[in-house]
Each structure stands twice: as structure tokens, then as C-alpha cells.
Design a protein around this ligand. Structure first.
Ligand SMILES: Nc1ncnc2c1ncn2[C@@H]1O[C@H](COP(=O)(O)OP(=O)(O)O)[C@@H](O)[C@H]1O
Ligand SMILES: [Mg+2]
Length: 248
């Protein structure tokens, strides 16, 4: 991998869902590049294809056509076990619906990526408790998901995406269930931990309060990227409703 290999490269990515009765083209030729060291936000109306796009980027869903590479790796070309390994080592995903395992407590849920990567369970759970501390849930490590509020479950999901220090973190609406202060704290943490000279972060969001954290904002509509904006450095995160301006 050369130094300027992008964290994410999408070229003409198309994805159609076949529901039997109808075909829905959720992605109609997406071109997108996310650089290493960048926080890219993805915005757009409900149903425009945001979740589908990040699912393709994270290798959870296969596109029908077009190219998608993560750190130079074309996930479509990997065999299943290679793909699982690549994802386990390189990608953290925060699902919109959290996807916590209901019978495991918070620390056990957070420890899963480490266990998949071969760490001993006891050590993994100990590390998980430390990451839960970072997201303000140090005292809830033993709680089951059903015993946590939506916002707390969301923070467990974020801790789980961070714990194995993946090179790419992809988050689907990570602040939707968080109050303002907690949302800002989580974004600061995500940006500090997940963005550096070798990492990148892609966040789907409706939350204008966090736009100021972005380096660039890609706007989607009807399965396409219609605009990419540079975030304004003068905008203080949390203070602005208009966190971006056009560069085109
Ligand atoms: N599993 C699925 N089966 C059929 N249609 C789907 C499925 N997932 C999403 N869609 C459709 O694809 C389009 C894009 O959905 P999605 O990517 O979830 O959008 P967003 O995250 O921007 O709200 C929508 O029209 C949605 O109804
Ligand atoms: Mg969605």
C-alpha cells in the first residue's frame, strides 16, 4: 500500500435490493474518496442510501457493480474467511440499532472484537471495562443491554467499535440517542481515538450539532452523492447549525 492510498475508495458503486415485488436501486453510481486522517460525514434524507453505502464500505453488503476499496483492499475479491479477518482487524462499525448481544453484559459486548482477534477472554473483558470508562459507562460494565438506556447502549456500541483500534471506523447515526453534552463528548472521543495519520472515520448523521467535527461532508440524495463540502475550520463544534460551506 502506497502512502497516499485512500482509506476508502468508491467508484461507480451500484446496489439494488430485490424485494420480489420490486427492485430498489439504493446506490446509483457512488464515487467517494475518504483520505487517511480524515473524518468524513455523510448526510442526506432518510432512504437516500446512507446505510447501504456504509454497509458496502464495511464489507457487510456486496455491491452489484463498481469498485470499493478499503486501504487498497477490494473486499469483494477476498474469500469469506479472509474478508472476516480483514474486517475484524481493520474496521469498526457502529450500527444504528446498536446490535448488542442481549445475553452479554456491556463489557462482554465491548470485548468481542478483541476475542475475535485472538485475545484471551479475561484480558479482553478487562480492556473493555477501561474503554467503557472512556465513554462514561465505567460503572455499568456488568449491565445487560436491556438494563441500559438507548443512549447508554449507543455508547457501548461505540466502545465496541473502538476497542481494537481499527484503521477505519464507520458509524451510523452515532449521536441520535445521546443528549447534547454526551454527543459532543463521544464525538471528541471518536475524533481523538479514530482519526490520525493512519486512520479514518466515516459518520452518517442528521445531527447538525456535530457537523463542525467533520473535515468534509458528503451530501447524498436518491442513491447519489450530490455534493462534497469542506468543513469550515472557524466553526466551533456544537455551536453552529451551518457547519459547512460549498467548496465547488
Ligand atoms: N434490506 C432491504 N431490502 C429492500 N430495500 C431496502 C433494504 N434496505 C434498504 N432498502 C431501501 O433502500 C433505500 C436506501 O435505504 P438506506 O440505505 O437504509 O437509506 P438511509 O440509511 O439513507 O435511510 C431505501 O429506499 C430503502 O427502503
Ligand atoms: Mg440509515
Amino acid at each position: 500500500m502506497s502512502d497516499n492510498t485512500p482509506a476508502v475508495l468508491c467508484q461507480n458503486v451500484v446496489k439494488t435490493y430485490d424485494t420480489g415485488s420490486q427492485q430498489i436501486t439504493a446506490l446509483q453510481g457512488i464515487d467517494l474518496e475518504v483520505h487517511v486522517g480524515e473524518l468524513m460525514m455523510l448526510v442526506g434524507p432518510s432512504g437516500c442510501g446512507k446505510t447501504t453505502l456504509i454497509s458496502v464500505i464495511a464489507g457487510i453488503l456486496d455491491q452489484d457493480s463498481g469498485l470499493c476499496r478499503v486501504f487498497g483492499e477490494d473486499l469483494l475479491k477476498l474469500k469469506n474467511d479472509q474478508k472476516l479477518k480483514f474486517r475484524a482487524q481493520n474496521i469498526g462499525f457502529v450500527f444504528q440499532a446498536y446490535n448488542l448481544l442481549p445475553t452479554l453484559n456491556a463489557a462482554e459486548n465491548v470485548s468481542i472484537p478483541l476475542i475475535i482477534n485472538g485475545m484471551k477472554r479475561r484480558e479482553a473483558v478487562r480492556k473493555a471495562a477501561a474503554v467503557l470508562e472512556q465513554v462514561g459507562l465505567g460503572d455499568r460494565a456488568d449491565a445487560l443491554p436491556a438494563q441500559l438506556s438507548g443512549g447508554q447502549q449507543q455508547r457501548v456500541a461505540i466502545a465496541r467499535a473502538l476497542i481494537h483500534s481499527p484503521r477505519l471506523i464507520v458509524c451510523d447515526e452515532p449521536t441520535s440517542a445521546l443528549d447534547h453534552e454526551t454527543g459532543m463528548h463521544v464525538l471528541e472521543l471518536l475524533k481523538a481515538v479514530a482519526v490520525d495519520h493512519s486512520r479514518a472515520l466515516v459518520i452518517v448523521t442528521h445531527d447538525a450539532r456535530i457537523f463542525g467535527f467533520a473535515d468534509r461532508i458528503a451530501q447524498m440524495d436518491d442513491g447519489k452523492i450530490v455534493r462534497v463540502q469542506q468543513s469550515q475550520p472557524s466553526n466551533n463544534p456544537g455551536r453552529t447549525e451551518q457547519g459547512a460551506h460549498d467548496v465547488t
